[in-house]
Design a protein around this ligand. Structure first.
Ligand code: S3P
Length: 428
């Protein structure tokens, strides 16, 4: 694919909507496959990451079809999957691979899960260790830390576990394994991570109690399929929120965006930086809060990101760093070492690519320092195979003099098909 080429913009205008939420779509496919009966998923994200999850369940005998833009899943119940005849390839998706490993650990068959080069480098012991405690038999490179993972499904037992890191992928993998286990599963998290699994469990009538930072799951014998409406992905909207904030003379309305409180750390941080973002038309789609967001450009000031904001901002750091380059003063991000475990090492890739554009920033072991307020200059940059780095750099290019070219733009397809044409439509 050709690089994305972006020039300095004179303002973003219009009303847009962004594709469906990636996290919610993964969970809808997984829970729809484990439910009894039909699940219809409206406004789902038809992007590579989620399509890989759907293909994996098809290989385990589940019918999943797109009918007029809605996904129709014929679930066969908690124990209705069949042994896949080949390796399950989750592509670039950490969520797909980690959540699926939780499901496979409790099946009565053998399976192998893998992914692309980036995913095969990412740590898996964070799910493999607690699953082993539940009785799972999982092998992989580096004693199960790297995919491919071979899973010999077993009858699992419930687990009481304190997660060492706030991770929705780990929490969700364990909750899914807990659905298939004997006895209760009790989990605690150091800080709240995104709670889409908990909300979808509630929607599907799965008994999950939440007491403070503790989750108590009593596994049901089965649950039924239903209709799920997927909100727009806040993490996709984030690129347009920051673009409309930092490019002068902008006013953008983004419709139907998921505003789950465990996801919108970026909005809190931008508000502290002086941004103007209004909520309108607040409502709920299946236990998930949704709103239209109206964003106007504003001058920003630097901020110190609080450690407790990290989990609810986790996917937004690349674009937050772009906002920080436009803000007056020194922005400090600490306690964000998890960024090194994403699709790329996002501390390193953000620092290397934004400095090519003339940004003044410094890499820390667990974050970044960004001295903003200096105009960026267009440059030739690389996505490093990371969709969010590609999109963040394209937005940075809107404020830079001259021309910015982002190579490796094809990775955007993993989460945001149509990003480039949508950006063009509001900057024209
Ligand atoms: C996700 C959880 C987060 C996030 C990822 C999606 C999910 O990962 O970065 O993009 O859907 O559960 P971690 O759980 O590893 O923080």
């Amino acid at each position: 694919m050709k690089p994305i080429v972006v020039r300095e913009s004179r303002g973003l205008q219009g009303t847009i909507s962004v594709p469906g939420d990636k996290s919610v779509t993964h969970r809808a496919i997984i829970l729809g496959s484990l439910a009894r009966g039909t699940t219809v998923v409206k406004d789902y994200l038809s992007a590579e990451d989620c399509l890989h999850t759907a293909s994996a369940f098809r290989l385990m005998g589940i019918s999943i079809e797109d009918k007029n833009g809605r996904l129709r899943i014929e679930g066969k119940g908690l124990h209705g999957l069949s042994e896949p005849a080949t390796v399950l390839d989750l592509g670039n998706s950490g969520t797909g691979l980690r959540l699926l490993t939780g499901v496979l650990a409790g099946q009565d068959f053998f399976s192998v899960v893998t992914g692309d080069e980036s995913l095969r480098r990412r740590p898996m012991r964070r799910v493999v260790d607690p699953l082993r405690r539940m009785g799972a038999e999982i092998e992989g490179r580096e004693d199960g830390n790297r995919a491919p993972l071979a899973v010999r499904g077993r009858r699992l037992k419930g687990l009481t576990y304190a997660l060492p890191v706030a991770s929705a992928q780990v929490k969700s993998a364990l909750l899914l394994a807990g659905l298939l286990a004997d006895g209760r599963t009790v989990l605690t998290e150091p800080l709240p991570s995104r709670d889409h699994t908990e909300r979808m469990f509630r929607g599907m009538g799965i008994p999950l109690e939440i007491e403070g930072n503790q989750l108590l799951l009593s596994p049901p014998s089965e649950f039924s399929g239903r209709e799920i409406v997927v909100p727009g992905d806040f993490s996709s909207a984030a690129f347009f929120i920051v673009a409309a904030t930092i490019v002068r003379n902008s006013e953008l309305r983004i419709r139907d965006v998921g505003v789950n409180p465990t996801r919108i750390g970026l909005l809190e941080i931008l508000a502290e930086m002086g941004a103007e973002i209004r909520f309108e038309n607040r409502r709920e789609f299946d236990h998930e809060p949704v709103a239209d967001l109206i964003v106007r450009s504003r001058p920003l000031r630097a901020v110190r990101v609080k450690p407790e904001s990290v989990p609810k901002t986790i996917d937004e750091f690349p674009i937050l760093c772009v906002a920080a380059t436009a803000a007056e003063g020194e922005t400090v991000i600490r306690g964000a070492e998890e960024l090194r475990m994403k699709e790329s090492d996002r501390i390193r890739t953000v620092a290397s690519e934004l400095s090519k554009m003339g940004a003044d920033l410094e890499e820390l072991p667990d974050g970044l320092v960004i001295r903003g307020g200096r105009k960026l200059s267009g440059a030739r940059c690389s996505s490093h195979g990371d969709h969010r780095i590609a999109m963040a750099l394209a937005v940075a290019g809107l404020t830079a003099s001259g021309e910015t070219a982002v190579e490796g733009a094809e990775w955007i397809e993993t989460s945001f098909p149509g990003f480039q044409s949508l950006l063009k439509s509001v900057t024209a």
